[in-house]
Design a protein around this ligand. Structure first.
Ligand SMILES: O=C(O)[C@@H](CO)OP(=O)(O)O
Length: 206
């Protein structure tokens, strides 16, 4: 039995393009983001993927990315579950701020710590650790059992909510996961064994 899990970060959003901290804000995809999502769908179609269930966050950029992928796969009616647990890390007071302006205001190092340390949250927001503490229980309860039962599953979500998932799946240390940048609209394909251990990983961005 195949146990397939595909993770995909949303395509470029309006706020990715404007270089703004996004978090739980809900900007739409850019034209480039739409094209990235379509290309992801085409790549999965070329690899002959057909899914049994889809999960996404409650943010439009991830939902729309998933919708565009499913269109390419001719699977627009696929059962899809949306949950806030898969949302991007909440950037708190940084939300909406330009990333370069934040560096000017708070210093390069402080901004890097907020963006890429494991357990230092930005003011009023979530660290990657806090993000993992909501993503992982949801994944273990709602998603993983379906994957292990043979349901081919796609999860369309966000840079940091997917980092939390990848850290768990691949058994990475905080240092290792923080160096991992996920391309917009680039699927990562996992095949798992019956215990949820990785049999193979294929990153279509690579
Ligand atoms: O702004 C955000 O919400 C995220 C993802 O785009 O940014 P960062 O790469 O800084 O975690």
């Amino acid at each position: 039995m195949e146990r397939l899990l595909v993770l995909v970060r949303h395509g470029q959003s309006e706020w990715n393009l404007k270089n703004l901290f996004t978090g739980w804000k809900d900007p739409d995809l850019t034209e480039q983001g739409v094209a990235e999502a379509k290309r992801a769908g085409q790549e999965l179609r070329d690899l002959k993927f057909a899914f049994d269930i889809a999960f996404t966050s409650d943010l439009s950029r991830a939902q729309r990315t998933l919708g565009l992928i499913l269109e390419e796969l001719d699977q627009t009616g696929l059962e899809t579950i949306q949950n806030q647990a898969l949302n991007e890390r909440d950037y708190g007071d940084l939300t909406g701020m330009n990333k370069d302006e934040a560096r000017d205001k708070f210093g390069e190092e402080q901004v890097h710590i907020w963006r890429r340390s494991f357990d230092v949250p930005p003011p009023g927001g979530e660290s990657l650790k806090m993000t993992a503490e909501r993503v992982l229980p949801y994944f273990k309860k709602e998603i993983l059992p379906l994957v292990l039962s043979g349901k081919k599953t796609i999860v369309a979500a966000h840079g940091n909510s997917l980092r939390a998932l990848i850290m768990e799946l691949e058994g990475l240390t905080p240092d290792e996961i923080l160096k991992r940048e996920l391309g917009t609209g680039a699927p990562v394909i996992y095949r798992l064994d019956e215990d949820g251990k990785i049999v193979s990983v294929q990153d279509l961005a690579a």
